[in-house]
Design a protein around this ligand. Structure first.
Ligand SMILES: C[S@@+](CC[C@H](N)C(=O)[O-])C[C@H]1O[C@@H](n2cnc3c(N)ncnc32)[C@H](O)[C@@H]1O
Length: 174
């Protein structure tokens, strides 16, 4: 619907306020628009940096695959996520929470200031989302483990979009 509006209006630039998952901004980018994606939430900034600001044509996919494979091999190392989201609450099974901790730390230690940084973080966000034990609302976890929470957390390659490097990531708009 919003994509059809963009195309129908012949717009070449667009701003997605409250972009959240960036799905609207992604659709506009696929349609060839120069897109601004704006949101106050940190998760959204990561997704926008990955899917909106990054031009897939500039990324060496073989190197990205290798980075993700290395992170996927890391053993768990319990930290903040394990204590908070698998100890005080039950959003993740402890084995997956410890792997989120280990991968998160490795991304900061090895990839800070690298173009892969938001791509690896987005991959981790999406991997965590696939094995959580929630109803889909961030503050509600289930009393019984959701079936998907038993699966091993697995990073996948984000489906990057080609687009001009003038597409922008999330800026905080307060
Ligand atoms: C309904 S959700 C996003 C919907 C989005 N189109 C999607 O498909 O994911 C609303 C978003 O608004 C963001 N938000 C709330 N207040 C904001 C503000 N003052 N400035 C920018 N973003 C804000 C939230 O962080 C949240 O991600």
């Amino acid at each position: 619907m919003l994509g059809a509006l963009l195309t129908g209006a012949g717009a070449r630039t667009a701003i997605d306020l409250f972009t959240g998952t960036t799905r609207v901004a992604q659709d506009w980018k696929r349609r060839g628009a120069e897109v601004w994606a704006v949101d106050t939430a940190g998760y959204s900034e990561v997704l926008a940096a990955c899917y909106i600001a990054t031009d897939a044509a500039t990324i060496r996919l073989d190197r990205l695959h290798a980075a993700l494979a290395e992170l996927n091999r890391l053993p768990g190392r319990p930290g903040y996520v394990t204590e908070t989201f698998a100890g005080q609450a039950r959003f993740f099974q402890p084995h997956n929470a410890a792997r989120i901790d280990a991968i998160r730390d490795a991304i900061e230690d090895g990839w800070r200031d690298h173009p892969f940084h938001p791509l690896l973080l987005a991959s981790l966000l999406e991997a965590a989302d696939r094995v959580d034990s929630t109803t889909g609302v961030s503050d509600a976890y289930l009393k019984q483990w959701a079936p998907r929470s038993h699966q091993r957390l697995e990073l996948r390659t984000p489906s990057l979009l080609e687009g001009p490097d003038t597409s922008y990531g999330a800026t905080r708009w307060r």
